[in-house]
Design a protein around this ligand. Structure first.
Ligand code: NAP
Length: 308
């Protein structure tokens, strides 16, 4: 068996061409860790923002580094003390540097993959579902009967947010471009606004919570749709706190730290057929550069996934 593996490494901040495919030694699992043979890795927008140096003030990296957080694969080895998994089991979860053929990570980062899902589908879940859950429930305190606006409803986070908010019993309004309206409706949204033809704030008012998944471009319209006392969970840009406070709005930036309990709850909903997953586009690991170029366009539906 080969002791080396293919891995993407980045040596300096810059464009997609900084993603280099290399051969490196395979890692060894340490105490409490598993060795995972990666089958698929999700591509999140944060990864191209980090690569470009846009996040260096709050998420500095040590070069060279391997990008990647979302992962699905097969347990290939167990470090000392790991009893929760067996070699050969298929899992999904979050790791550090998942654009690689093998990774090591703490065993508690993973949950068993639902048998009905492909590895690509499984790798599309962790960051998206965790972020949606934290923004809607942990920070947004969404309750049944409330009205929620999901900005960016067709994206890798938004598609879970629409479904989780419906599952909670909320009235759900999503925004998307014309090509994705039907997709967002199919996720269960009560209303879908085509942001390319309609200013969102002209048709949406008095919402209790906005999950702001686009950024500065849509922040103003997000604030305008909220009722006094409403909440704004922002994913991609710092909300204008003073402006929000002046209208009695609680605005927060969400940090979607990994959570095994959220992942476990999401997997259960998937197994009960109450939560659907959606892979947007797939690329082989060697085309991580093209995957970043695609993700950087900021449009499309579902998560971009690397097949390893
Ligand atoms: N804070 C955190 O912990 C955290 C965690 C995860 C993600 N994020 C951030 O959250 C954002 C969304 O992440 P993601 O993974 O869902 O991204 P994504 O999969 O790339 O999806 C982006 C979505 O935004 C939509 N969109 C673009 N412009 C829009 C507009 N003006 N109005 C409404 N929708 C618009 C696109 O749909 P169309 O094709 O229809 O335009 C696309 O579906 C990213 O900026 C990401 O970095 C933050």
């Amino acid at each position: 068996m080969s002791t080396t593996m293919s891995v993407i490494r980045v040596y300096r901040y810059g464009g997609p061409e900084e993603l280099k495919l290399e051969q490196q030694p395979r890692p060894e699992p340490q105490e409490g860790e598993v060795l995972l043979r990666v089958q698929a890795a999700g591509v999140n927008p944060l990864e191209w923002k980090i690569r470009q140096g846009l996040a260096k003030d709050f998420m500095p990296v040590t070069f060279p580094y391997t990008p990647g957080d979302d992962v699905a694969g097969i347990i290939e080895g167990l470090g000392p003390g790991v009893t929760s998994f067996e070699v050969g089991q298929a899992v999904l979860g979050r790791g550090n540097g998942t654009y690689a053929e093998y990774i090591t990570a703490p065993a508690e980062a993973f949950v068993l993959k639902p048998a009905a899902l492909s590895f690509a589908e499984a790798a599309s879940i962790p960051v998206g579902v965790t972020t949606a859950w934290r923004g809607l429930f942990d920070e947004g305190e969404l309750e049944a009967g409330q009205r929620v606006l999901i900005q960016g409803a067709a994206g890798g986070v938004g598609l879970f947010a629409v479904q989780l908010a419906k599952w909670k019993g909320a009235y759900v309004i999503g925004t998307a471009s014309t090509a994705n309206l039907e997709f967002v409706r199919s996720l269960g949204a009560d209303e879908v606004v085509d942001y390319t033809t309609t200013p969102v704030e002209s048709v949406v008012k008095d919402v209790d919570l906005v999950l702001e998944g686009v950024g500065e471009r849509t922040m103003r319209s997000s604030l305008a749709t909220l009722k006094p006392g409403g909440k704004l969970s922002s994913l991609a840009a710092l909300p204008p706190l003073e402006q929000a406070q002046a209208r009695g709005i609680q605005a927060k930036m969400i940090a979607a730290h990994p959570s095994r309990s959220i992942l476990q709850a999401a997997v259960q909903l998937i197994e009960e057929w109450r939560l659907k997953v959606s892979v947007g586009k797939t690329f082989p690991l060697a085309e991580a550069r093209q995957a970043h170029e695609y993700s950087q366009r900021g449009h499309g539906r579902g998560r971009v996934v690397l097949l390893v």
